[in-house]
Design a protein around this ligand. Structure first.
Ligand code: MIC
Ligand code: SF4
Length: 755
């Protein structure tokens, strides 16, 4: 039986009336996204015709998921909320802290020793407050959620940007910072700006070498890393219904890479098959009974232009396999063009390593299609030129593919199988020789490829492709190999072609697993003690941030003017720093160390206005903090793109940065800054970015009358005594202004509990 079936029954019982009320109020047919949004309004939220991209609306999500690297901070905050139990079903997944070095068993053992303190903390908090706990080795959060918890028409939030993966099963699943998760677990409403809606019509059917991954690689090329900001992407059409449920998951997963709030698909037979094969025929039966509410009204898909803000059509019959990269997931190149494009850009074309798996692409279907290629190596007398590595998404998938002989086939081509964890996707790949920083190329089926993300080497050119294409390129050892047209030379000197991949959507013998790695919480957790050692280097209880002083901010110094791409990986790097995710002071030593200083083009090297010397960003900021001097960080477009990690907002807050002023923000990061009591501002005139100078002293005025939709004023005093006055916009609503005044949202919850 499925987890939390009573909750799902309740959602479905209430859905028809809620959908009908919304349809009547708007007087028009509804998209699927609207049906799910309207049926999850918080009980205190009035039903009205919300403005897309304008209205802030309160929701009541059905569940919460957290992974170990973000759960620590989320739960440290939740512990301060003073509630005995979580208000909605919630889970913790141990997946980010496991390195990929030797192979699964050994690497897992190392992690459970090294991170014992953190795992024990997460297990005991889960036990005490009623959260489901998935042990290290159980799998990657999004795969485990898809296999166990996601359900069509549901709404969930998760402290990881790829929570959106559950859209593959027809949910609205949204990535948030830990403070948002904390609110929902504490029984409060969750606020989101009513999204814009993008409709993507999939015409035709996938065939041959083309995979679901290529749909999202293509979409990323069209919309870029910013194009989905503030929007829900809803896929429909014959190409959608003919695709597997896990394929849909891949597409939704990488929707994070276009900045979309989330992506989703209407309920169909593929979802019902997936639910049944993962032991949830009961959920499938419940969904069947309300199926009409789990997809858009027919008029919507017949005339999408009338109901979506933007419509994109992709023809799957002619879609080509793509490779996106290097260094950004939206640089899309169809495989037939790679020879030209790589030569023009000077990209290294020898493929050193192919990696498949991760939360994005490790379904049974993905693996079976990759296996169909691996099998051809021996049959056609080929040798695999690159190294090849697999990170299964869950123990259930790993166990099943081992049972079905797939791992044996992979081992014949020299593959290494890593633990069911994030590993190489998040800089936890202890790759031999990476420290030499040599220029080299890898291909993987993950979702992100920002600099240093896989192995810490800034000169690793990472390209993202489907597991099928990654496997073919690993066999060929060549980035420009087009398996649709090119041949390989075999051991007899003959020219051979690889046959197009084939595979099974779901295991014919069903899924199997011996120990899935789940631990249920205590019925009564009140006696469970959660211990945090004050001397710990990995965990630190949180002190409340101080409230706003009630005046304008005067004489802030410029900490850094970041140039170009500044993702959360640049602001709070992962990899080796993941171990400090539960210790705010220690992790603050990575603050902005990856950001490029506009004035000298260097990373982690900024001028201190106290000494006039250059030093690392954390050292410089700690000196300002010690001297009681507030600072400001200036950024470019889409600042904070990528991850949901709230450390990227808490670290600057902890070290005394007061304002982050950018050309634009990524959604989750902007909310995270607001939640932690920071000022997140954007240039009213983007050209004003050029006015910020290295030695500026900056005043922020207008705070005593801080109000929604009213810009603030910044006065820049340059070193030569001249000044510039510029306007800064913000998106704070009244509630968020209260967070700023209180010094962070948590201070308000704390007061409510105490009062
Ligand atoms: C990622 O893919 O970047 C991560 C690591 O999963 C993050 C979460 C984190 O920083 O812990 C995400 O995507 O939100
Ligand atoms: Fe883990 Fe990578 Fe997925 Fe993030 S994107 S959850 S790091 S596998």
């Amino acid at each position: 039986m499925a987890f939390d079936i009573e909750m799902i029954k309740k959602v479905y019982a209430e859905m028809p009336a809620k959908v009908e009320a919304a349809r009547k109020m708007l007087g028009r047919p509804l998209t699927l996204s609207e049906k799910i949004l309207f049926s999850h309004l918080h009980s205190d939220q009035k039903l009205e015709g919300f403005e897309r991209g304008g209205s802030y609306v309160d929701f009541a999500p059905d569940r919460v998921a957290m992974q170990d690297a973000t759960a620590q901070m989320a739960l440290l905050q939740f512990m301060q909320a003073g509630r005995p139990k979580v208000a909605v079903p919630s889970t913790v997944h141990c997946d980010h802290l496991i390195s990929a070095k030797v192979e699964a068993k050994q690497d897992l053992q190392v992690a459970t020793t090294e991170s014992k303190e953190v795992y024990d903390f997460l297990a005991s908090v889960s036990n005490k407050y009623g959260l489901g706990f998935w042990k290290p080795g159980a799998g990657i959060i999004h795969q485990v959620v898809l296999e166990n918890y996601a359900f069509p028409g549901g709404m969930m939030i998760g402290t990881d940007s790829h929570t959106v993966n559950a859209g593959g099963l027809g949910m609205l699943a949204i990535g948030v910072g830990g403070a948002d998760a904390c609110d929902v677990m504490a029984g409060l409403a969750w606020e989101l700006k009513w999204p814009r809606l993008i409709g993507i019509k999939l015409k035709g059917k996938l065939n041959g070498w083309t995979a679901p991954k290529d749909v999202i690689l293509k979409v990323a090329g069209i919309l870029t890393v910013k194009g989905g900001t503030g929007a829900i992407v809803e896929y429909f059409g014959e190409g959608a219904t003919s695709m597997s449920c896990t394929g849909k998951g891949t597409i939704c997963n990488m929707g994070a890479e276009i900045g979309a709030t989330t992506s989703t698909f209407g309920y169909d037979a593929s979802m019902s098959r997936y639910l049944s094969s993962t032991g949830r025929a009961d959920v499938a039966a419940l969904a069947d009974a309300v199926a009409e509410h789990l997809t858009a009204d027919a008029e919507v898909y017949a005339n999408p232009e009338k109901y979506f803000d933007q419509v994109i059509e992709i023809d799957l019959d002619t879609l080509e396999p793509h490779l996106n990269g290097p260094f950004t997931p939206d640089l899309a190149t169809p495989i037939s063009k790679m020879k030209e494009v790589a030569a023009a850009n000077g990209w290294p074309t020898k493929v050193e390593v192919g990696l498949i798996g991760s939360c994005t692409n490790s379904s049974y279907e993905d693996i079976s299609r990759a296996v169909s290629l691996a099998k051809q190596v021996a049959k056609k007398g080929l040798t695999t030129k690159a190294e090849y590595m697999i990170t299964p998404g869950s123990e259930q998938v790993r166990y099943t593919i081992e049972r079905d002989g797939f791992l044996d086939v992979f081992s014949q081509i020299g593959a290494k199988v890593f633990a069911n964890a994030c590993g190489p996707c998040i800089g936890m790949w202890e790759r031999v020789g990476a420290e030499k920083k040599e220029k080299n190329t890898i291909v993987h089926s993950f979702n992100r490829n920002f600099a240093k993300r896989a192995d810490g080497n800034p000169n690793t050119y990472a390209f993202v492709g489907s597991p099928e294409l990654v496997t073919a390129l690993a066999i060929a050892g060549d980035l420009t190999f087009n398996p649709l047209t090119d041949t390989l030379t075999n051991d007899k000197g003959e020219q051979v072609k690889l046959d197009a991949p084939t595979g099974d959507e779901l295991p014919l013998k069903g899924f199997a697993v011996e120990d899935a790695g789940y631990q249920a919480p205590a019925e009564d957790g009140s006696k469970v003690v959660v211990a945090v050692d004050p001397a710990s280097k990995r965990l630190q209880l949180l002190d409340p941030f101080t409230a706003w002083e009630g005046t304008d901010l005067k004489s802030l110094r410029l900490l850094i003017k970041a140039k170009g791409k500044c993702t959360t990986d640049h602001i709070s790097m992962a990899g080796p720093w993941l171990k400090f995710r539960g210790h705010l002071d220690n992790i603050s030593n990575n603050l902005l160390i990856g950001a490029v200083n506009f004035f000298n083009e260097k990373t982690d090297n900024v001028k201190s206005q106290i000494t006039g010397n250059y030093d690392t960003v954390p050292n410089t900021q700690r000196a300002y903090k010690a001297a009681g001097i507030g600072t400001i960080v200036v950024g470019d477009e889409n600042y904070g793109e990528g991850s949901s990690r709230e450390h990227a907002a808490m670290e600057p807050r902890h070290l005394g940065v007061r304002v982050v002023l950018t050309k634009s923000f990524a959604r989750i990061h902007e909310t995270n800054l607001k939640k932690q009591g920071m000022l997140a501002l954007t240039f009213a005139d983007k050209a004003d970015y050029d006015k910020i100078q290295e030695d500026d002293s900056i005043d922020v005025t207008g705070l005593t009358s801080f109000a929604p939709n009213t810009p603030l004023t910044l006065v820049l005093t340059h070193q030569d005594g001249t000044t510039d006055t510029i306007k800064a916009n913000h998106t704070y609503n009244q509630q968020q202004i209260e967070w700023f005044k209180a010094g962070g949202a948590l201070n308000i919850i704390r007061k409510q509990v105490a009062g």
